[in-house]
Write a protein that binds this ligand. Sequence first.
Ligand code: FAD
Length: 543
Amino acid sequence: MNDRYDVAIVGYGAVGQLLATLLGQRGYRVVVVERYGDIYPMPRAVHFDHEVARILQSVGIRADSNPIIEPYDNWYEWKNADRETLLKVDWRGVGPSWWHTSNFFAQPDLERELDARARAQSGVTVRRLLTAVGVEQNDGGVTLTVRASSRSGTNGSGSTDGMDGSDGTGPTEEISARYLVGCDGANSTIRGLLDIPVNDLGFFFDWLILDMIPNEPMTFDPPAWQLCDPARPTTIVPGGPGRRRWEFMALPGEDIHELNRAETAWRLLEPWGVTAQNAVLERHTVYRFQAHWAQAWRRGRVLIAGDAAHLMPPFAGQGMCAGLRDVFNLEWKLDLLLRGVAGEQLLHSYGPERAPHVRHFIDVSIGLGQVICVPGKLEAAERDRAMMAAIANPELAQPAPPAPRLGEGIFATDNPHAGTLSIQSEVRYGGRSGLFDDVVGRGWFVLTTAPEPSIARSAQEALDRLDAAVLRVGPAGGAADVVDLDGRYGRWFDELGADTVIVRPDFYIYAAVDSTELSAALDELDSQLPSSAGVARGSADQG
Ligand SMILES: Cc1cc2nc3c(=O)[nH]c(=O)nc-3n(C[C@H](O)[C@H](O)[C@H](O)COP(=O)(O)OP(=O)(O)OC[C@H]3O[C@@H](n4cnc5c(N)ncnc54)[C@H](O)[C@@H]3O)c2cc1C
């Protein structure tokens, strides 16, 4: 039996990597076990949003200057076989988190960046070629059983042959930790060992995915679009700097092995003017797009996150984004637990907060999938008529749905803005100018425009417990701690109809209140973070 770690993570994809990095930054002892010998090389995520850009900012990956990321500033269009527009999604400009609404990249590149950051943390140990095969837990912690592989590395050809360490021939070992997080992907071993069923929406379609490197300039207008042609539904989007992504839906009855051949890929690319003379086929594979989510996200000290907890088709570019949000939600809760500031009941909030948010994106992705995954001409013609009528007639147009909010959890009761995302912009603080998170930091904050919000003693104790800072935000020339350089914070307070906002470390609003109600809100927050003493350990809650 090894020394005990604070947190063990199973799975070193993007989600496990981010969690390891964040916990490592906080100084925890973390072990990650991963069955593969190297980064998974297949084509997967290419898109993340402004909120995820802010999350990546917290580990030093900057969407505006990192060469693997291409910020996007255009529409995402859906067109029929005659190239008529069915739907336009506005991906122009920046989002509330300051970063671009949409950003393109290649997942293996991002995983390399995250891997470097995780390994730079002295407390993080990454152990590849170990497969998790068993979990046991008691009131004090978790014991993970892993089996070593006798194989190593990828074969470098873009195939996963030789990557899989689960050949079952190696010796077993036990690893002990206070908490365990299964970030082990769609077929999660940990979810299986916890006996957690999934809700499956029964949506599934097979698609051929191609990552292409053009070796001459190619122009696409718009750069990201979906061809909803029943003869071959096709996705055409950027694939990160220097790359383009094509995705072709398998037609009913089509042989998947035949579809996944390089020759087939080149044949399908030909109508797009892409040939072996002007582009390189970097990698290709066929995936089955599915939609499901776990019925529970936790059993006692063991939790699941990322694809282990939910799966959605990629049409909204949100699967990995959702997983990164999961662990951004979880890491500050684990920190409060591990520091003894709060009790294990805090983990009750993880699944209930995240699940409705994820459901929103599953539903959006399925809705988009139902637009494009239409292989029948009649059905497609019907769809075209309805969607073109809606786009032509402003009265039929649906307003954009509000941004999703987190579900019930660590939020002020009956507060209309609780669970919505806060903003980030440029500020001056302590003599430095820059983005809020860069110059002020990350944690619990009370941001206020009130001159001197009165804080009762009990409320001050809550602030001290959380290391929360109370910061006055305002224009230059006043008495502000944080100078609102572009006026965005001022406009945000106006929109919220509040002069004081309590913001959590994952950037979500705990409460937006009048400063006279601040103490009451902080008292409620304190009551929601039960201290570790007096809390039943190892509860088998389903949160
Ligand atoms: C074609 C396609 C396009 C996509 N496009 C987007 C997009 O544009 N934007 C977006 O946000 N998302 C997108 N996604 C989704 C995104 O790729 C996934 O959501 C993301 O990879 C999930 O990350 P993860 O870390 O949870 O799981 P994974 O990346 O699957 O990592 C899980 C890891 O756990 C390891 N593992 C599994 N079992 C064990 C075990 N027993 N022991 C040890 N290790 C184990 C695996 O080897 C793996 O490395 C796309 C997906 C596909 C297929």
